[in-house]
Structures are given as structure tokens and as C-alpha cells.
Design a binder for this molecule. Structure first.
Ligand code: ADP
Ligand code: F6P
Length: 324
């Protein structure tokens, strides 16, 4: 079957660079004389049939914009077999012959269900969490890290002026990548992530140690996915006199998801968008495009989704050694 009409969607949590990926899909499609339709608001738009043809004009001026022009959504109906069948029906009704899903692990799980029903689907990893396995980086991670580091640097200025310790909560539902890398590059004293959670007692000991060593400030980076609430940690630390520092909390929140994509993310998203379209035309399905070293490749969705992308031991070592 020669593919002549495909669709692209963004789904789940947005991430900086999604627009660059959409643009790359549309413009590479034009190069191959393919009609590209944009589905609005992820699987919600798929189920309601909310899609439009995307021309070169519609994707001009979006490369540098954060968020997603197609918007995104979370949708429970698509998690059911009936919802997935309805989605397939909608695609067939519109004469769509292939789909590119740009999103995180949940979105790509959804993509896999369509592949299993025999529909050609390619996944593009886009999530600031960097939790998808099999790719060095997902779209948006680099920009989010830069945003976090900017905040962390600013917080350290005020922390050292007041001899304070800051608990900084960063995003990462089930993956501590952002927290670990931000702690290494932001010079944090201690870091706690879902994969290797430190007890509140351990965090208190690390801050107390920094105080005794005469530091003017201390920073603890906490991934949102740890089992205790940052507020509870702060209350606990305030009661520990040995911690020495005055304690403050800063939850960075959704500021981490916005903003103009970095050069790295623009390039990654562009290469991934081009690759996704090319492999779809070659007849691949049920795969995710992935950055492997310097190369753009594909891996089966099943493999990418089998586990949360592990954080290498060397990063834990760096975080520990450099916090001394
Ligand atoms: P992300 O893609 O950022 O991880 P979510 O986990 O919220 O975001 O998933 C986005 C959407 O993908 C969900 O709202 C749902 O519509 C769809 N989805 C998630 N998990 C599945 C699944 N197991 N089967 C089918 N669809 C899913
Ligand atoms: O998956 C990306 C992510 O930003 C997570 O780090 C975070 O837990 C979640 O999305 C927040 O989602 P929402 O947009 O629903 O607040």
C-alpha cells in the first residue's frame, strides 16, 4: 500500500520541541507528496474526529515556540478497548493510512494499541521526564534542565545571602533523571529520586554536614515522585536543630514544561520528526524513533515501554562525589 495521507498528534504532558517535531513531519511529508493531518488534543481529538490538513504555512513560525500548536490532552476513553476500536474507526473514516504520535510513555502505550490492531503507527518520545527507555534523550528534557538550572542558580544566590537551605522539588513522576542531572549541574548538596529515595533522616544528615563544614547555603533537589511530600520534608527538617540552616521550599512546577526549546531540543525534535515520517513510509510500525549515540534509529515500542529508563550508576556517583 502506498501511503498518501497520514496524521500526527501530540499527547500527554507537553514538552518544549513538540512544535519543531510537528513542523518536521509536515515539511518532510510535503517533500514526499504526503498529506499530513493534525489531530487536535491527542486521543480526545482522535475520538471526536477533530483533525485538519496541515500545510507548510500552518507550521511556519512555530519552531521556536514551546507547548504544542495541536494542543494536548489526557483521555480515559482511549484506555479502553472500545475507545481504541473507535479511534481506529475514526482514522479509517478519514482515509488516514498512518499515524505519528508525539508524547510520553502513556501516549506511546496508546500508540501501541493501534499498532496491535494492525494500524501503522510510529512513536516520537517527547517528555521532560526522560523516562522512555532506548533513547538517550526525549524531546524537551534539555530545555527543562536549562530552566531548572536557571532557577537553581537564582535560588542559590538568595540562599547563600541568608544562610538558608532550600528544598527544590523538580518534576519526574516516576523517573529521577531531571533531579539527578540538575543536582550535578546545579551543585546541590543532596538529591532524592524515586529510584533511590533517601529517607528524611538522610537528607537532614546531609544538610547538617554542609552546615558543620561551614557552607553558606545548601540545596536538596527532590524529584516529585518520591514517597514523601516536600512540605512534610520541610516540616521535618525545621524540627531538626542540627540542620543549622533556616529552611525554605521551592516547588518549580509547570514552569519546567514551558519555554522556547533549546538548540539541542530543536535539532533532536527535527531529526526525530523527519525519521518518524521516513520509517512510516518505509513500512515500519509499532516502533519509536530514538537517539542512539549520534544516530537516529528505531526501537520497538514494546521495548521502549518495558521499563522506566534507568539512570546510570555513574550519574549517582557524580552526584555524590561532587556534592562534597
Ligand atoms: P504521557 O504521554 O505524557 O506519559 P499520560 O500517561 O497521561 O501522558 O498519557 C496520555 C494519554 O495516553 C492518556 O490520557 C490516554 O489517553 C493515553 N494512554 C495512556 N496509557 C494508555 C494505555 N495503557 N492504553 C491506551 N492509551 C493510553
Ligand atoms: O510526564 C511529564 C510530567 O510533567 C511529569 O513530570 C508530571 O508528574 C506530570 O507530567 C504533571 O502532569 P500535569 O500536566 O497533569 O500536571
Amino acid at each position: 500500500m502506498t501511503i498518501k495521507r497520514i496524521a500526527v498528534m501530540t499527547s500527554g504532558g507537553d514538552s518544549p520541541g513538540m512544535n519543531a517535531a510537528i513542523r518536521a513531519v509536515v515539511r518532510t511529508g510535503l517533500e514526499h507528496n504526503i498529506e499530513v493531518f493534525g489531530i487536535r488534543q491527542g486521543y480526545a481529538g482522535l475520538l471526536s474526529g477533530d483533525l485538519n490538513r496541515l500545510t507548510s504555512f500552518e507550521v511556519s513560525g512555530i519552531l521556536q515556540r514551546g507547548g504544542t500548536i495541536l494542543q494536548t490532552a489526557r483521555n480515559d476513553e482511549f484506555k479502553t478497548p472500545a475507545g481504541q476500536k473507535k479511534g481506529l474507526r475514526r482514522l479509517n473514516e478519514q482515509g488516514i493510512q498512518g499515524l505519528i504520535v508525539i508524547g510520553g510513555d502513556g501516549s506511546l502505550r496508546g500508540a501501541e494499541t493501534l499498532h496491535k490492531q494492525g494500524f501503522p503507527v510510529i512513536g516520537v518520545p517527547a517528555s521532560i521526564d526522560n523516562d522512555l527507555d532506548g533513547t538517550n534523550m526525549s524531546i524537551g528534557v534539555d530545555t527543562a534542565l536549562n530552566t531548572i538550572l536557571d532557577s537553581l542558580d537564582r535560588i542559590r544566590d538568595t540562599a547563600s545571602s541568608h544562610t538558608r537551605a532550600f528544598i527544590i522539588e523538580v518534576m519526574g513522576r516516576n523517573c529521577g533523571y531531571l533531579a539527578i542531572i540538575a543536582s550535578i549541574l546545579g551543585g546541590a548538596e543532596v538529591v532524592s529520586v524515586p529510584e533511590r529515595e533517601l529517607s528524611m533522616e538522610d537528607i537532614a544528615a546531609a544538610l547538617a554536614d554542609a552546615y558543620v563544614r561551614g557552607k553558606s547555603h545548601a540545596v536538596a533537589v527532590i524529584a516529585e515522585g518520591v514517597t514523601y511530600k516536600s512540605m512534610d520534608l520541610v516540616e521535618y527538617l525545621k524540627k531538626k536543630s542540627e540542620v543549622g540552616f533556616d529552611i525554605r521550599l521551592s516547588i518549580l512546577g509547570h514552569v519546567q514544561r514551558g519555554g522556547s526549546p533549546s538548540a539541542f531540543d530543536r535539532l533532536l525534535a527535527t531529526r526525530m520528526g523527519v525519521k518518524a515520517l521516513e520509517v512510516l513510509l518505509e513500512g515500519q510500525s509499532g516502533v519509536m524513533v530514538a537517539l542512539d549515540g549520534r544516530d537516529m534509529t528505531t526501537i520497538p515500542l514494546e521495548k521502549a515501554l518495558a521499563r522506566v529508563r534507568p539512570i546510570g550508576q555513574s550519574y549517582y556517583d557524580l552526584a555524590r562525589i561532587l556534592s562534597r
